[in-house]
Design a protein around this ligand. Structure first.
Ligand code: FAD
Length: 289
């Protein structure tokens, strides 16, 4: 286990000062469910000397809405997301994804901010937030900036966010009343050592059943999380049929192979992602998400 000094600031302002003072010698800790494992395995930043705790900061722990958007503080835990009546009502896929993370203990500690910034390809809340076109609000002593979630990932476990920046909030536009969402994850027991895969879908139809909005975001599929536009286009403007839904799933695997190449795991991942996508679309159509 790496040795470090544990810093316990009283406010976000104090966190930002500590990040500036210690530069690349400090790391933020929220729930610690990713970071502690990294440090226990002697990984993490070479110069690390300090860990700054944000888990207790109420300023980062909230779920709010206004007329247009939903705002989630970065310190919100998976349990809080999963149990939030606002999230369950407005975007059930996010509650389902949060509820699928680890075990109750992990969900009680692990935060949405940590899930996003750990940048694991298998992070469960990320595909839903990608489908929602979520925006992230960061603070540092230099000021504040908002960036689209899909812009921060460089490769697995690597973002372009500076170690001086604190993620304070995740926000996204509310969906229309008729929209539905779904999230499906391959059970861990079945996945064994192979990357867990998941898919988030957001879907809307007009009164004739024509699909007017479709967002498909798979996890553990592409080098960095993204919506699969070629799969969405198959169904957009169409009345869904089993054949079109199947083709849409195939487009997801086509994109996976285009972006990642044909790998040892592709024979397994291809049918899995096609099936998960098909089921996620069907669930969203049935409004079950
Ligand atoms: C047994 C086990 C099972 C798990 N199962 C799942 C699972 O099923 N699905 C899943 O998605 N994940 C799973 N995880 C991973 C982990 O629980 C989640 O990724 C969790 O959301 C991480 O949040 P955290 O608050 O614990 O992050 P931390 O470990 O505290 O931090 C993770 C990273 O994010 C940075 N960070 C955290 N908060 C901020 C912030 N506000 N601003 C800037 N940087 C920040 C930290 O510096 C660190 O680099 C599992 C972990 C364990 C140990």
């Amino acid at each position: 286990m790496r040795e470090f000094e544990f810093l316990h600031p009283e406010s976000v302002t104090e966190v930002l000062d500590l990040l500036e003072t210690y530069g690349d010698r400090v790391k933020i800790i929220a729930g610690g469910t990713d970071l502690i494992i990294e440090l226990r395995e002697d990984e993490g930043p070479e110069n690390l000397e300090f860990v700054v705790n944000i888990a207790h900061l109420e300023e980062l722990n909230y779920i709010r809405q206004d007329a247009e958007k939903i705002y989630i503080g970065s310190g919100t835990t998976h349990s809080q997301l999963a149990q939030s009546s606002l999230i369950k009502e407005k975007i059930p896929a996010l509650a389902i994804a949060a509820n699928s993370v680890g075990s109750p203990q992990i969900r009680n500690r692990g935060t949405v901010g940590g899930n996003i910034l750990n940048a694991s390809p298998a992070a469960d809340t990320v595909p839903v937030l990608i489908a929602l076109d979520a925006q992230l609000r960061f603070k540092s002593t230099a000021g504040e900036r908002t960036v689209p979630l899909h812009d921060i990932y460089i490769k697995p476990y690597k973002t372009n966010i500076s170690s001086q920046e604190l993620l304070v909030e995740v926000a996204f536009n509310k969906l229309s009343r008729s929209a539905s969402s779904s999230f499906i994850k391959l059970g861990r027991r079945n996945a064994l050592a192979i990357s867990r895969m998941n898919v988030a879908v957001i879907l809307d139809q007009d009164s004739d059943g024509v699909i007017t909005d479709l967002r498909i975001a798979p996890g553990s599929t592409t080098p960095v999380p993204s919506r699969i536009k070629i799969a969405e286009e198959v169904l957009l403007g169409q009345k869904p049929t089993p054949e079109l839904i199947k083709i849409s799933g195939e487009k997801v695997s086509e994109e996976m192979i285009n972006l990642s190449g044909y790998r040892w795991s592709t024979d397994y991942k291809k049918p899995v992602i096609e099936t998960l996508t098909r089921r996620a679309i069907q669930e969203a159509l049935e409004g079950r998400g």
